[in-house]
Design a protein around this ligand. Structure first.
Ligand code: ADP
Length: 169
């Protein structure tokens, strides 16, 4: 994507997989937004070196919350989970980089925040699973599934940070 004049390519967005990259769908849940943790959470992914490819504040419709968590629909906490996710705006993000899915899960910490290590987002900011502040895709395939669910064509930006050579060799 580098041009001879040093400018970065900013072209059409994409909802398909680039073989050279991995992407994760990261979402700050309504409690994270309400508690003013948006900046801190975004900052952790920025400082790690991953590239932000999509970002929006969004009020989730009921059917999208149900589809996103469809694998959990038989679980007893499913109705409360959907109610939680639609209870206020969320921040939807796409982060890209080598190993971003597993790395983001480490930055986020265990589902039950009491089991999450200090220094992780949930370890630092949360107490219970039903208010655990942030979501991160659990596999690259689910990452792509979730990106396609939460973002439309044209909402993602195809760009590369100019610092990339200082982050990746
Ligand atoms: P994760 O978000 O860590 O990938 P899961 O996919 O297992 O975890 O569950 C999705 C979300 O459902 C969790 O982040 C949490 O908000 C909620 N959840 C999971 N387990 C429970 C539980 N036992 N009680 C209440 N909520 C739960």
């Amino acid at each position: 994507g580098r041009r001879p004049n040093g400018q970065q390519r900013i072209s059409s967005s994409r909802l398909t997989v680039n073989a050279a990259s991995e992407r994760s769908y990261i979402m700050i849940k309504p409690d994270g937004v309400q508690r003013g943790l948006v900046g801190d959470i975004i900052s952790r992914f920025e400082r790690k070196g991953f590239a932000l490819k999509g970002l929006k504040l969004f009020q989730t419709p009921q059917d999208l919350a149900e589809e996103h968590y469809s694998e959990l629909k038989e679980r007893p906490f499913f109705p409360a989970l959907v109610k939680y996710i639609v209870s206020g705006p969320v921040v939807c993000m796409v982060w890209e980089g080598p190993g971003v899915v597993a790395s983001a899960r480490k930055l986020i910490g265990a589902t039950n925040p009491l089991n999450a290590e200090p220094g992780t987002i949930r370890g630092d900011f949360a107490i219970v699973s039903g208010r655990n502040v942030v979501h991160g895709s659990d596999s690259p395939a689910n990452g792509e599934r979730e990106i396609a669910l939460w973002f439309k064509e044209g909402e993602l930006v195809d760009w590369e940070p100019t610092v990339l050579p200082w982050v990746l060799e």
